[in-house]
Design a protein around this ligand. Structure first.
Ligand SMILES: [Zn+2]
Length: 118
């Protein structure tokens, strides 16, 4: 059997109902793939972002943090690295440390290093 291209399939389909079905399926797939991407710069109150590194599905950010305690002499704290990723559609954050492990730097695609996964 010859594998048809996307356009062949769509152009030969005369049923609007079927085309609508395809459209909904494509929209669902786009949403799913969007969910899998690294969340991109995550802006949070009281935090200054100094650096952003994307590694697969995880976004690492070097941040200075205001703890919110009144009269804190050490504010802002850090900078420290934090990781952000989506889990089941929800944004999760986790503390990484003062240094970003080199495996997390300049990685294109793929999974984040297992040591950094919660
Ligand atoms: Zn503080």
């Amino acid at each position: 059997m010859v594998i048809k291209t996307f356009r062949d399939i769509v152009d030969r389909q005369k049923s609007i109902k079927k085309l609508e079905e395809m459209k909904r399926y494509i929209e669902k797939r786009i949403q799913e793939l969007e969910q899998e991407k690294a969340p991109g710069p995550v802006v949070r109150a009281g935090r200054e972002i100094l650096k952003v590194e994307m590694a697969g599905k995880v976004t690492y950010q070097l941040e200075r943090v205001k703890c919110g305690k009144p009269n804190c002499q050490k504010c802002p704290h850090g900078p420290y690295w934090y990781g952000y990723k989506r889990v089941g559609g929800k944004l999760k954050s986790f503390y990484v440390g003062k240094e970003l492990p080199k495996e997390a730097k300049n990685r294109k695609g793929g999974q984040a290093p297992s040591v950094l996964q919660q």
